[in-house]
Design a protein around this ligand. Sequence first.
Ligand SMILES: C[S@@+](CC[C@H](N)C(=O)[O-])C[C@H]1O[C@@H](n2cnc3c(N)ncnc32)[C@H](O)[C@@H]1O
Ligand code: SF4
Length: 374
Amino acid sequence: MRTNVNSQLVRHLYVHVPFCPTICPFCSFHVLERRGPDVEAYLTRLDEELAELADHYDVRPDTVYVGGGTPSHLRPSELERLHRIVERRVGWAAIEATLEVHPSTASARRIADWSSLGFTRLSVGAQSFDDAVLRTLGRPHDGDAGRRTVEWCLATGAVTSVDIMTAIDGQDLGSDLSLAVALGADHVSAYTLTIEPDTPFEAIGVVVPDERAASALRTACDVLGAAGLERYEVSNHARPGKRCVHNQAYWMGAWFAGVGPSASSMLPDPDVPGGGAVRSTNAETPGWLAGESADCGRLDGDDLLGDALLCGLRMVEGVDLDRLAVRIGLDARIVRREAISQLIGDGLVELDGPRLRATEVGMMVLDRVAAELL
Ligand SMILES: C[S@@+](CC[C@H](N)C(=O)[O-])C[C@H]1O[C@@H](n2cnc3c(N)ncnc32)[C@H](O)[C@@H]1O
Ligand code: SF4
């Protein structure tokens, strides 16, 4: 029974699937190697969580993003069940439904089936097309598998995105990006290799020098821009009309619900009608399976402003401060006056009418920009 359903519509749904074929030595997401009984328990709990969500919120997703981990590692019957669960609890009328695809899990047949199931956007974790770079990254597939996966995805007519990791020792980044473009990718996410705490890469002392990271960002903009893929976010580049609607909504401060272990949500605060937000992060798999409640924090107007600036400045277009003031009731030009002046003086952000955006230099040090504005 739906009780006390919040009247504000939630239009974006993220589903976290934690299972992966192998665990990559650079990755710090919440991931697990799959075991049949774990997947069964996962799907049962997912159904319960979505039912609880729909009891409290009016969730009608325009976008669904099934990510992870590696959702394409689910068996066909398991992914079909996940689809049925989402459809039954909140509907599957999404204008954009993304599935993250690992090359080791792909075949022409499986990809065609994912498209028939209702996925309109396929995001391939190719990382590189160079076998030596893939070995450095500890990936279980070769460059040909990544290339074939992108071709099979494109053949279904789905919007096809390719993840390329950058700033890797020995990588010819220009050639990785050029191949993604030559294959016909609609969208490329060029992620600078980040050395995450408590990963094998950190333990063995892998280092990404700042100059290499900066040069990789420039190469990504140059190569992808010249091929007609416009940069619209720090790491994301798209052909016209092919931006990721789901991620854009998230960066622009829309409400979103995340389900599955470790998933985050940003939802209207049920106790503050017409204002306020609650950010929550689910427990990791064992706690989540046991029904442990999510870690929740209330955001007041000032928190929401900091959050909106942090996310919005990731976008090349930046943040419209007039619209933000209407949405949150606070004007950043007043309540963050000193920080904004300082950042403008340092050449890290610029104001163009009501729009605050990061400069090219600012985009390279967004963490520092964010720290000033939070
Ligand atoms: C959830 S994975 C994509 C799907 C699938 N799990 C795979 O790896 O093919 C998301 C992406 O995050 C990126 N990523 C993960 N850890 C990273 C790190 N430490 N530095 C940079 N990019 C990273 C990779 O490009 C990866 O494709
Ligand atoms: S990069 Fe992808 S496949 Fe590798 S561990 Fe992370 S989520 Fe799993």
